[in-house]
Design a protein. Structure first.
Lengths: 202, 230
């Protein structure tokens, strides 16, 4: 007992605690860095997404409307209905559709901004997770595997489809049909039942 | 001068004292180790309480948007924003010239203008309804974003707390190792001396009558034994 060597102090817990504290400090520093990096994804950033969306789709809608309106006016003019109540109704219907589509584009622009915000939040969350994994390599693999399943390509934006074709294709036909005695737009402007000598048998 | 019996008794007493001393030292060391383990557990408990407090604060931040009329206010803001976008996109009916023939009476032009204005009014009403409806989605989306953010923070605190708790056994073992003190030599020496003295007293110590020699009537020379055993 007299000659037994002295036992050194057990510092294993102290070393482990120090390492854990350093790990937590690294995670905190990483989080601060992520927050700082993502600070640019603010409301003006997502407003820009909205603006880009409307900037892409509104001119297309405007062009389509102008073209549809031109064709409609020509069609009504050809059929002699431009200055009629039926023509006015068709033009206002076309205009109403145009306005509805404008509001839909505005609505979809906000949805696009929300999708962008969702993607950014998802990336931020992933980075937080990676930050923790970087400080804890044993957790890195499971985390990476879990996220691999979420890798889907982002939605792309297609050009606007034909929004007013039904007004062009059907408009003049409907007026002509109504004049001929069919329902058509059912405006009541062409009282074929009392004026003419002919009658359409339906 | 002590007799052999007295020496044996003293030796035995010394042995017992040495053993008792060693036992006391062992108990003292055990107590210190247990105390060190308890202190390590208390220190970890204090750390866990801090993590708990941090988690509580984050949880309160998660719940706060749902308290009182906060959701109503958030929804009202969402409606203002969404309906502002949808209604703001609707143009004025006067933006486009009324297409009438030159020969058309003015009433035709005004009729078309009136219908266009009606169409714009209807569209604006529908745009407002669309905005109000989708504002609910915006509200839920905002709630989810907030929830994910708070979840990230809670996950981090949970990670810290878990790792800290995992170190507790090591803390306790290390603290106990450092608190352990081997019993001193005194108890062992006393025991050894007592054993020696006791042995000497029983074998070679002088009796009160004959000095240094062993007593003749002791069991060791066989004189005290019954007949047939000597």
């Amino acid at each position: 007992m007299c000659f037994s060597p002295s036992i050194p102090a057990d510092n294993s817990a102290e070393i482990a605690r120090k390492q854990e504290q350093e790990r937590q400090d690294r995670i905190d520093a990483g989080r601060s860095r992520i927050d700082e990096t993502f600070a640019k994804f603010d409301d003006p950033y997502f407003k820009q997404v909205e603006d880009n969306y409307t900037g892409y789709y509104m001119p297309q809608l405007e062009d389509q409307y102008q073209e549809a309106r031109r064709k409609k006016v020509l069609g009504l003019s050809r059929s002699g209905n431009l200055n009629s109540g039926s023509g006015a109704r068709q033009l206002s219907d076309l205009f109403g559709a145009y306005e509805d589509n404008r509001s839909l584009v505005g609505n979809s622009a906000l949805d696009a901004a929300n999708r962008a915000r969702s993607d950014v939040e998802g990336s931020r969350s992933d980075l937080y997770s990676q930050n923790r994994s970087a400080a804890d390599p044993s957790a890195a693999q499971s985390s990476a595997l879990a996220r691999a399943g979420t890798l889907t390509p982002p939605q792309s934006y297609s050009p606007l489809g034909d929004m007013f074709s039904k007004f062009i294709d059907n408009g003049a036909t409907a007026v002509q049909a109504e004049r001929a005695g069919y329902n058509g737009w059912n405006t009541g402007l062409f009282n074929s039942g009392t004026g003419g000598s002919s009658r359409v048998v339906r | 001068m002590c007799t052999g019996v007295e020496m044996a008794l003293i030796g035995t007493a010394a042995q017992m004292a040495g053993t008792a001393y060693n036992g006391q030292q062992q108990a003292k060391s055990q107590k210190a180790m247990v105390s060190a383990r308890n202190n390590a557990a208390l220190a970890e408990s204090t750390r866990q309480e801090k993590y708990q407090a941090d988690a509580d604060a984050e949880f309160n931040n998660s719940v706060k948007p749902y308290e009182g009329s906060q959701q109503q206010k958030t929804l009202a803001d969402a409606i203002t924003k969404r309906a502002g976008r949808t209604q703001g996109a609707v143009t004025e009916s006067t933006a486009y010239a009324t297409p009438t023939a030159k020969s058309a009476p003015s009433v035709v032009g005004s009729e078309i203008a009136r219908k266009m204005a009606d169409a714009a009014t209807s569209s604006k009403r529908r745009a407002g309804a669309l905005g109000r409806m989708n504002a609910w989605n915006d509200l839920q989306f905002g709630n989810r974003v907030n929830m994910v953010r708070q979840g990230d923070k809670l996950g981090e605190i949970s990670n810290f707390a878990g790792r800290s708790a995992a170190l507790l056994p090591l803390d306790q073992q290390s603290a106990a190792n450092n608190a352990y003190k081997a019993p001193g030599m005194f108890g062992d020496l006393l025991t050894a001396a007592g054993a020696g003295l006791s042995l000497y007293g029983m074998t070679a110590a002088p009796t009160a009558a004959s000095g240094l020699t062993a007593p003749n009537n002791s069991a060791w020379n066989g004189s005290a034994l019954p007949a047939g055993f000597a």
